[in-house]
Design a protein around this ligand. Structure first.
Ligand SMILES: Cc1cc2nc3c(=O)[nH]c(=O)nc-3n(C[C@H](O)[C@H](O)[C@H](O)COP(=O)(O)OP(=O)(O)OC[C@H]3O[C@@H](n4cnc5c(N)ncnc54)[C@H](O)[C@@H]3O)c2cc1C
Length: 394
């Protein structure tokens, strides 16, 4: 049970994505009740893949869902960086080796996002301490010092001891407590697809995570759900509109950008679903993770580029740390301060490293040659060690 005497009513969690669901679960594991308010009418995730390196499993362990994840994940043989233009391999990091699992305790996993959210939501449903509410769009909130009130867009009011904004990239909570404007984009457009593995030409099917990096573009693919389906995503850059509106790409631009790619990449590009697109955004790292009885978690606190495959892992880690500190702090503010202090530098490092990885994947000219020269000589053991700060988890 919680030692925090200020938690007299449930904690309100705005957003029922991976961050919000894992936060509710982590709090419940410490005896703290919560109410999750999700704007959508159902809990749902993108129909796309997500990489779950070993640090995610350290959090799954604490959330009590390791077995459920292991039952549906796929496990890649390696992480491979290829030159998208020449078709040459830059580096292969064999994460499927027993040595990798011995070093980090868990394997490197790949999941369907929907499977991951379903596991978290099912675990929330099984807890008597969690109330899940859908169709609840939070339009505003009030911090009264001794309680918070979330106000829905239909006027309904929900009271709690504190409020966690796990409301993602476009967080209303962040807008209110930090007010640092919209997330930033360089105009990178994403087209994705998840297809049955039978539809992948057999000579192109790989059991690894393969990232093809080229100038201002990349293409990644990997298997999901025990290898039954295949995840693909292509990224290319369009000039962001001067009026600040959302950048848009077309199927024609996609084909044109990838004309410079090698035949293996060009053969997979037509498999992408060009009826939907996403824009890549990030936010600057901040120290203002909480104000009074309101705190941020997940992308709302630290949205970054995906090039280190850690955004959702950071949300999972935020959650277990939040559960720990809220249960062992005398006041809500003390809990939020300890939570922020434990998390902001680690998540800032992930945001920073993700940007560097993006530059590396998109290298051109001499930097592209340098990438091959330096990375091509790195022994896998060295790569594991370079990433141990993140893979070892919290
Ligand atoms: C291309 C790409 C690839 C990625 N790959 C990986 C990867 O391999 N590994 C990894 O760890 N991470 C990856 N990420 C990052 C990861 O997707 C995010 O970090 C993660 O999904 C953030 O979860 P979240 O719960 O914080 O936010 P979200 O998933 O955005 O959830 C926010 C929730 O809040 C709800 N909401 C918003 N506003 C309100 C409101 N006002 N009222 C009520 N509800 C509200 C939304 O409907 C949503 O359900 C990737 C990201 C991208 C873009």
């Amino acid at each position: 049970m919680s030692e925090n005497k200020e938690i007299k009513a449930p904690i309100i969690i705005v957003g029922g994505g991976i961050g919000g669901a894992s936060a509710a679960l982590a709090l419940s594991r410490k005896g703290i009740p919560s109410i999750v308010l999700e704007q959508s009418t159902v809990f749902r995730e993108l129909g796309a893949g997500i990489q779950m390196p070993p640090n995610a499993f350290r959090a799954f362990e604490r959330l009590g869902v390791v077995d459920q994840v292991l039952a549906v994940a796929a496990f890649p043989e390696a992480l491979i960086l290829m030159d998208a233009v020449s078709g040459e391999q830059v580096i292969k990091v064999p994460v499927g080796l027993p040595e990798f699992k011995q070093r980090f305790k868990y394997a490197y996993a790949l999941m369907h996002r929907g499977d991951l959210l379903e596991i978290l939501i099912d675990a929330c449903r099984a807890s008597p301490l969690i109330e899940l509410r859908t169709g609840m769009r939070v339009a505003d909130f009030e911090d009264h010092g001794d309680k918070v009130v979330a106000i829905m867009d239909n006027g309904e009011r929900v009271e709690g001891s504190a409020l966690i904004g796990a409301d993602g990239l476009w967080s209303l909570t962040r807008a209110k407590i930090v007010g640092d404007g919209s997330p930033l984009t360089e105009g990178d457009i994403i087209f994705r697809a998840v297809i049955p593995f039978e539809e992948v030409p057999s000579e192109l099917y790989q059991t690894s995570v393969v990232m093809w990096g080229g100038p201002h573009m990349d293409f990644a693919h990997y298997p999901l759900r025990r290898g039954e389906i295949y995840n693909m995503a292509a990224i290319f850059r369009v000039p962001p509109p001067e009026d600040g509106s959302t950048p848009k790409g077309t199927a024609e631009q996609l084909m044109k950008e990838f004309e410079k790619a090698c035949p293996a990449v060009r053969a997979l590009i037509p498999k992408l679903d060009t009826s939907r697109q996403w824009v890549l955004y990030e936010r600057p790292a901040i120290r203002e993770w909480f104000k009074g009885r309101v705190a941020l978690l997940g992308d709302a606190a630290h949205a970054g580029y995906h090039y280190i495959a850690q955004g959702a892992c950071m949300a999972l880690e935020d959650s277990v740390v939040l559960g720990d500190v809220m249960a062992t702090s005398a006041t809500i503010e003390e809990g939020f301060r300890r939570y922020r202090d434990a998390r902001y530098l680690r998540t800032a490092r992930v945001q920073f490293t993700a940007r560097q990885f993006g530059d590396l994947y998109h290298a051109e000219g001499i930097n592209r040659e340098l990438r091959k020269d330096v990375m091509g000589k790195l022994p896998p053991q060295k790569v594991f060690e370079n990433l141990s700060w993140v893979f070892d988890g919290v």
